[in-house]
Design a protein around this ligand. Sequence first.
Ligand code: SF4
Ligand code: SF4
Length: 443
Amino acid sequence: MKASSVQEDVFQAGVIGAGGAGFPTFIKLRGSYEYVIANGAECEPLLQCDQQVMLHDANRVVEGLEIAMTATGASKGIVALKKKHTQAIPAIQKAVKASQKAIDVFTLENYYPAGDEQVLVYEVLGRIVPEGGRPADVGCLVQNVQTCVHIAAAASGRPVTERLLSVHGEVKQPKTLKVPIGTPVQTVLDACGGVKISDFVVLSGGAMMGRLIDLDSYTGKTTSGLYVLPAGHPLARKKADSLERTLKIAKFACEQCSFCTLFCPRYLLGHELYPHKILQSVGWGAQVCAETITGAYLCCECGLCGALFSCPLSLSPDRYNASLKRTMQASKIPNPHKAKVKDVRPDRSGRRISVTTLISRLGLEKYDQAAVFESYRLMPDKVCINTAEHIGQPAVPAVKMGDNVGEEQVIAKPASDTLGVPYHASISGTVTAIGKHFVQISV
Ligand code: SF4
Ligand code: SF4
């Protein structure tokens, strides 16, 4: 297979990072790397879709990894998953053994955020990504395991029309389901036997980095999981806090204990990121120190420094940093932090946060149970596909109202000369609504 055709296949198939960020995969495959790491760390509490992909689709995970290695000239591949994935490990080992390529299996301890690209690269290879850099800067490409499956499908001419996601919390039966892109959240919850309580909220993505969504929302290419929580659950309440209120309190109530910094995974990697100093600089009327506040550019928004874990006052430097980062980006303030780091902080290994501890801190123990894998594909009678889910410019709808479309047909294309990917019909049906950033198809 020619390397150039892989990027084109992956572009045409609309593959984006399935792990959350949604970066177009064909761009990453244009680079050259020494290593490709298939990321199966799945560090968000409770989520189980990636471990199920590795268990039930191990061959295609490895096939996608091999294709990525060939396309980028990487001589070594690694599947990184957790020691606790006791069922997935032998499945992946078997698939790796059958490969002609130099691929290893690496097992990680159960801590958060093991799946963060920079943390993963350090754990697996001992290489530290420079400040403001990417794994590519140290010769690595990191792809989520479900993205690997999508790469393998793309190489066979099949676009992204479905993904696995896991459902947790107050549903009758927590499940891991194969869901067409754009499936109504309500349909997914119904497939889990429905919700057991009347007053609830739905959290999409992960307990730490996810966000509350409306019940009439739809799943997407990056939806890895749904949590159904009582509306009064502490996690739900923290997620529901308004950004304005959170920022106001964070700036003025901080007592500078520095716990937020001490547990920050990027600080622990040796980067000059100090959330407590950022709050001090912008909140206490202290002279604003550009070097300190631009450190927010180094934040991966994992949430560990904030109200969900570190801060004894339930402040949210994480949300503050995220907001600051967007403001600086919008104002075109450059990131001055580019240092190469020689070593991690000496106390890093003792400060890694176990997911078990995190589950307890988040009040999720009750929901820490198996999300039973279902091999069938959900059959919604309607899908609504977000055509702006990726990083880049939204794709432009390429169908019109009333069109009959077949599954896998292109329904939106990137505008010329913009960063983007096409989107495809995930079910066959009739186009019943089109918006600026969505196409709805009904059976
Ligand atoms: S942990 Fe909370 S109180 Fe302590 S320095 Fe950080 S934001 Fe301030
Ligand atoms: S969210 Fe907080 S803990 Fe996570 S990387 Fe950013 S500053 Fe560090």
